[in-house]
Design a protein around this ligand. Structure first.
Ligand code: ZN
Length: 445
């Protein structure tokens, strides 16, 4: 055996990473759970939480923001984590992996208890742009954050079948074949959760207090959402695919967390590696936990200043920083190939995708392409390019927002999936670990 210190190498992950992703997806039915699970993985790698309200320039504990080591800030459904290598200068640039923690779903309204004709129902609001049809006839659980009278909060997740949005029988919807499925977001998407003629105000919250062992009346606020309780599964002749919920974009959150934890084991990094996983991408990122808020800039600046840096150091660090904004993209669909650009057909298990849009719906430019290509080459990872068909409006993500808001050079990348925004999406089983390996090579450059 060599006496050399163990080198990470550039491709530490394999199919085991994908299996771990499947556990992460199942255990993260809400953004709050996703950041808690990311934090738990980072804690295992030696990262420690830093409170935003504490003084960061005071070296008072192992979790101090001023010293070297792994740190993270949690705010609602967002996490910013970073690793300061020994000997980092105040002007040492950052290498950022950006992602988002939220997914389209059905969220509980403020006065949720309703019902009609002997059915008990829960009033829900549509979050983001889900494929509504995919939510019909699913066994749904309920998860999120309960805010308590004493000012603390608690995560809750009911993972057994609790709710269902029943589809109208075809006998009563004969026009479905000519007109397609017509769903009214208000009338047709309210789940049932039992039987009963009376509507008891406070019934749902009382039920959740019981389920979580809280006293009656302790819950005074909540952010609750539904999820499919069907666990992620391998799919395909050779199990070469994975079906599961919230790949958009927990797949990137998970890969970014794994990559950051892996590179933190290295001693000789020339950048400060960062994971920035935001909430509320699916409705435009304008939130205190969103990419269009000050969270990332504030954390990076405070990290510079806590290490004795000046505004000049901050400007130097930001100018040489690069962000890989990772989110899911569209694999070519065999039944709708004409909707894709004819010469850009990303395939499942073809490796991560570089996302390009000259109108800056994606932040990638030619120099960003070169950064991504170099990382993939070092990692030995194949990669592909996505660009929209000109007749199709292009989606967007946190990349252009990060670039514009912080003046940080940003490259949009991701993994090509099918059924984006379905309650159950589909990706290749190799792509998650190929992405993670590319992220490691980028962060440890
Ligand atoms: Zn997304």
């Amino acid at each position: 055996m060599s006496s050399e210190p163990a080198r990470l190498g550039t491709a530490p992950f394999d199919r085991g990473h994908t299996d771990d992703l499947m556990s992460f997806l199942a255990a993260s039915p809400s953004p709050y759970h996703a950041v808690a699970n990311a934090a738990a993985r980072l804690e295992k790698a030696g990262f420690r939480q830093v409170e935003e309200a504490d003084a960061w320039d005071a070296v008072t504990s192992a979790a101090s923001a001023a010293g070297s080591g792994g740190k993270y800030v949690l705010r609602g459904g967002a996490i910013i984590a970073w690793y300061v290598p020994e000997g980092a200068e105040p002007h040492t640039p950052f290498r950022i992996v950006g992602a988002h923690t939220d997914s389209p779903n059905l969220r509980v309204k403020p006065q949720p208890d309703m019902g009609a004709h002997g059915w008990r129902q829960i009033a829900v609001e549509i979050y983001g742009g889900p494929l509504l049809n995919s939510w019909l006839d699913r066994d749904l659980g309920l998860a999120g954050r309960l805010s308590l009278r004493d000012g603390t909060s608690r995560l809750v997740s009911i993972d057994r079948p609790l709710l269902r949005v029943p589809q109208l029988a075809i006998h009563m919807d004969r026009s479905i074949h000519e007109k397609g499925l017509q769903l009214d977001k208000q009338r047709h998407m309210q789940p049932i959760w039992g039987l009963g003629d009376s509507v008891d105000e406070g019934d749902l919250i009382a039920f959740l207090e019981q389920e979580t062992g809280l006293a009656a009346g302790e819950v005074t606020g909540w952010d609750l959402m539904t999820h499919s309780v069907e666990p992620p599964a391998h799919l395909g002749r050779d199990r070469e695919l994975v079906a599961g919920p919230r790949m958009d974009n927990l797949l990137s959150v998970h890969a970014g967390t794994a990559a950051l934890a892996a590179v933190s084991a290295r001693g000789d990094l020339s950048y400060i590696p960062v994971l920035a996983a935001f909430d509320h991408e699916e409705n435009g990122s304008q939130a205190d936990t969103g990419a269009d808020g000050p969270l990332l800039g504030s954390v990076l600046e405070r990290s510079v200043f806590a290490r004795g840096g000046t505004y000049e150091d901050r400007a130097r660090a930001f100018a040489a920083t690069v962000c890989l904004s990772s989110d899911t993209g569209h694999a070519v669909h065999p039944n709708y190939a004409e909707r894709h650009d004819p010469t850009h057909h990303p395939r499942a298990n073809g490796g991560p995708i570089l996302k390009v849009n000259v109108n800056q719906r994606y932040a990638t430019d030619g120099s960003g392409r070169a950064v991504f290509a170099a990382a993939c080459e070092r990692a030995g990872v194949p990669w592909q390019t996505f660009v929209s068909n000109n007749a199709m409006p292009c989606g967007t993500t946190i990349g252009p927002i990060t670039a514009a808001r912080h003046g940080i050079r940003t490259v949009d990348i991701g993994v090509a999936i099918l059924s984006m925004h379905s309650v159950r999406e589909l990706c290749g089983a190799d792509d998650p670990y190929l992405l993670a390996n590319a992220l490691v090579a980028f962060l440890e450059d």
